[in-house]
Design a protein around this ligand. Structure first.
Ligand code: ATP
Ligand code: MG
Ligand code: FE
Length: 366
């Protein structure tokens, strides 16, 4: 089937088109430029940008794929989790398209969509269908670690259509959010991921010993601590620790060692993410781990995760970055999966759900 996917949960307006498991188009317009001067994504600005970008993004995707709306068999849209106003733009647009064309509509889960990109291939060898065999059967023992500006989650995926479990998540800041906040403390520009990553190149990751949240023996020492924050994350203490070091230098009139702090902060974030991901994997029968979200752009994270996964016999799947950050192709990929599995469409009577739990792969009608 030919599936159109629409994503507007944060600052990316994404429209993707897939045929079965083949990626035909992935068009993304980001409003990040408009948020830079505020140092964070401003929901109202994101919503307005989605309204402006939606039609051009849709047209470009259709053109790239060489199809028309008539050719589309079903429409999928991110129903949550995400920013309420931003989600509403995509959901409203998708409903309007579904109503006017009579196509079935699926309201789907953003986080499960991030995992679903692993189903796709593009025929050029850049995107290579890592999570399914030729018959479309999902690999056994699949897990995912999703790290972005709004999310830090470890998932176990037994079935993309109806069996996804949250193993761990952040209890405060998301990993990307921690980068953004620490960048501000260091006087680096927003978004903080790329700027800290760059600053860290010239720094010593061992210069400062920053805290690794929820990772002492009480949490990670014994397998009996399962379900007790063992796979959860906390980055707020790390942020406070960085603030103290900056303040201490300023109070003494010393130059703030930006590169060393950036490198040490990055090492703390990456160390705890990779340790928890590998721990969750080994204790929950996960043998294939997909990395998703914008923080996947971080080369230290990729390298250390690859190293630790290799040490534990875990196959690591890292999609191309354009499919790690928010996009419409992942939504279309999950929509396609639901159609081929015979899951009933959602219909038109549903609303965006900013707090949609990962266990709801597609939303129910109201
Ligand atoms: P959502 O959380 O809904 O997926 P988002 O827009 O917050 O949406 P992305 O666009 O996937 O998330 O990722 C943006 C985040 O990734 C920002 O917080 C940014 O700082 C971080 N990031 C980008 N590049 C890097 C990098 N090289 N190292 C670390 N973090 C990075
Ligand atoms: Mg984004
Ligand atoms: Fe996302």
């Amino acid at each position: 089937p030919l599936i159109l996917g629409i994503e507007t949960s944060c600052d990316e307006t994404g429209v993707g088109i897939v045929r079965g498991r083949t990626l035909l188009a992935n068009t993304v317009s980001s409003s990040m430029d408009q948020h830079v001067r505020f140092g964070g994504v401003i929901p109202e600005i994101a919503s307005r940008a989605h309204l402006e970008a939606f039609v051009p993004t849709l047209q470009e995707a259709l053109e790239t794929a060489g199809v028309t709306l008539d050719d589309v068999d079903a429409i999928a849209v991110t129903a949550g989790p995400g920013l309420a106003g931003a989600l509403m733009v995509g959901v409203s647009a998708a409903k309007a398209l579904a109503l006017s064309t009579g196509k079935p509509l699926y309201g789907i889960n953003h986080l499960v969509a991030h995992v679903s990109v692993g189903l796709l291939h593009d025929g050029h060898g850049d995107v290579t269908r890592e999570l399914v065999d030729d018959d479309g059967a999902l690999v056994q023992g699949l897990g995912a670690v999703l790290v972005s500006g709004g999310h830090t989650e470890i998932l176990r995926v037994r079935d993309l259509a109806d069996d996804v479990e949250l193993l761990g998540a952040t209890i405060d800041d998301a990993a990307g959010e921690a980068y953004d906040k620490v960048a501000r403390l260091l006087g680096l520009s927003y978004p903080g991921g790329p700027t800290i990553d760059r600053a860290a190149v010239d720094g010593d990751p061992k210069a400062f010993k920053f805290p690794r949240g929820l990772s002492n023996a009480k949490y990670m020492g014994s397998a009996e601590n399962r379900g007790k924050r063992r796979y959860d994350f906390s980055f707020s203490g790390l942020k406070t620790a960085v603030a103290r070091v900056v303040e201490a230098h300023e109070a003494e009139g010393l130059e703030v060692p930006v590169a060393d702090i950036a490198a040490s902060f990055q090492e703390a974030v990456v160390d705890v993410i990779t340790r928890k991901a590998v721990l969750a994997a080994t204790e929950n029968g996960i043998t294939t781990l997909l990395l998703g979200g914008g923080v996947a752009a971080n080369s230290r994270l990729r390298d250390l995760l690859a190293e630790r996964c290799a040490d534990h016999g875990i196959r690591l799947v890292v999609p191309p970055l354009s499919l790690c950050t928010d996009n419409g192709a992942m939504v279309a990929a999950l929509g396609s999966r639901l159609v081929s599995r015979g899951v009933a469409p959602t219909g038109l009577a549903f609303t965006a759900d900013p707090g949609l739990p990962v266990t709801s792969v597609s939303v129910a009608e109201a």
